[in-house]
Design a protein around this ligand. Sequence first.
Ligand code: ADP
Ligand code: ZN
Ligand code: ZN
Length: 718
Amino acid sequence: MPIARVALPVAAPTTFDYWIPEGLAVERGAIVRVRLGTRRLAGVVIATASDSEVDRAKLSPVVDVVGDERVPFDVLDLCAFVASYYQEAIGLAHALALPPLRAQAASRALRGSCRLTDEGRRALAALPARARSACGLRDRMLQDTALDVDTLTTHEKTILREWRRHRYVVPAGERAARPALELNAAQSEAAAAIAQSLGAYAAFMVNGVTGSGKTEVYLAAADAAIAAGGQVLMLVPEINLTPQLVDRMRAARPGLRVALMHSALAAGERRDAWRAAASGEAQLVLGTRLAVFAPLPSLALVVVDEEHDASYKQQDNVRYHARDAAIWRARRRDVPVVLGSATPSLETWLGARDGRYRRLDLPHRADARAQLPGVRLTPHRAAAAQDGIGDALRAGIAGCLARGEQSLVFVNRRGFATSLVCAACKWESQCTRCSARLTVHRQPPALRCHHCGHEERLPRACPSCGNVDLVPLGLGTQRLERALAAAFPRARIARVDRDSTRGRHAFASVRDKVEANAIDILVGTQMLAKGHDFPRLTLVGILGSDNALYSADFRATERLAALLVQVAGRAGRAGSPGEVIVQTDFPDHPVYTALLSHDYAQLADTLLAEREAAALPPVTHAALLSAEAHRREDVDAFMHAAHEIGIELRTLHAEVEVFSPVAALLARRAGYERSQLVVQSARRGALQRFLPAWRERMEALPGRRTRWAIDVDPAGFG
Ligand code: ADP
Ligand code: ZN
Ligand code: ZN
């Protein structure tokens, strides 16, 4: 009897067998519905077989096949790789590749007015006359440059939506096509190198300073891939980045058929994008990390933009790294992959140094008039008395305001202050559920834990001694915003952090205001660091970055360097030279001297040498076991056992080091006591052989009260 082997979205280490009722066409890649216990679940068929190891009488049938979508074989392979490499449940890994199933076709909200594109004019000229409504609609649009959508009937709106999908119509306000930019020498060289390698696996590191025009390089390489009938997969780290990038691409390549994939889309839109990718209709699939699982029958090129960005690593559920998955997929499909950044990750840097990746440099800003910004380091401690804004920064902002230019002040902490302290008895605002301080918020007023979400009223007096002299310590965005408003009462100030941008369109609206020159000073966290291109922004102030130098995380300096370069890169674009003022008390630290001399390469070499000396990733390969339980003794007992097993397995896996368990940097979170343990090896393969053996033995441990997980290539140890 024919059997379907189904990967179901449950945390089980296996697939499940079902028999295939006669007449049901079930093949590898099909999405099927089945029963598991009392539940009905949808999963993907990863294989069919003529027989099962399970007793036939115990098998259930496949209930039905969902739709006609198939998960392509290379994506199935990718999911299997992700499950095995990251030590994750096979069904959960495969769930990443499923399109949203229950979704209706997207009701793509059409509002305002629409116009026909040139492509639409051409394609719709051949409409058969019997398609009366469609012809009528087309003719009205040919006469009217901007048709008001609200005047249409429901049927006409359906037609319009279909046309929208094919980009025959676009919103009337959408940016007009921009004349193609002429690539500079470095850009054309890079694009040509990538284009020449189409048709086979090759990996490139595009190391281009901020504003060097990496996007144009990706587009030129994509042109070559698409001209040959291929599809391009482009990954970006942030949802916030996609609309601006899409606008830019549409302006640069008006006819390009782009499908967007990210988690903030409605299910229907995601399903449409999935289908457009699967049918080959989408030439470019642009999305966040999940898009690496998109079906792409004609995949010809993979691009990972801002490849250093930490958000490519999923931190829960299936802990995969989308950049590394993208490289794997490119290799599997035998197509080139491009890893672009102004601050390449040390993983990528090492790959280029070892010759696994070809290095392409874009050392100058693309626009010849735009210089890299001048950087100044000024003392931070002296600025503390002025709510963080030192004299140099104050003068800089005043100058910007006088010239009608914009400034950005960056501090990587949201809220008002990092904690509240009693001046008399040293009481400090502590979270009751975490080993962390509560952050002071003023808008709205509260004490909040940034780790578990716990919230308390802001006390008027010290809960311990009654003293009313409570001092907020440390600097957050809200405090900075207030200080700036006091110093520059007439300036228009906008704050951008996770608190201020909760609404779906809040961030886009700030960006529009900046573009419309309706904002003078931006205050915010790293949300402001990435990719935004603000031509009138000429001054960037960076505060509080020294905090990262105290971090115990081995990646902290690398992260800080990337953040500083990216934030500094916002200053000065076409025509207006920029300035960056960094308030630091450690001006001799390599991370700051690199910023001064715009020499990330030098810093990356230094950091890599440090990792080499300390035998840390990427020079070695590591996995982190983290565990948590309500009671400290439970988690300690589990970790002790896990450590013993690890040590025991070393007799077979001598190349793997097993470190002792330690309390996590945040030893308690949301009422759970947390510990962690690092295992590592100089050889990836050795670690990969060790991990499944270790995991199986841990799964057999009785520790029911402990939750644990293995994180392969962890973002940090903590
Ligand atoms: P990056 O991603 O490397 O920081 P972008 O791709 O955002 O840089 O490009 C920065 C700016 O330079 C953009 O405004 C872009 O339009 C412009 N630009 C890119 N290439 C060229 C070029 N060859 N000539 C003129 N301007 C360019
Ligand atoms: Zn007190
Ligand atoms: Zn907490």
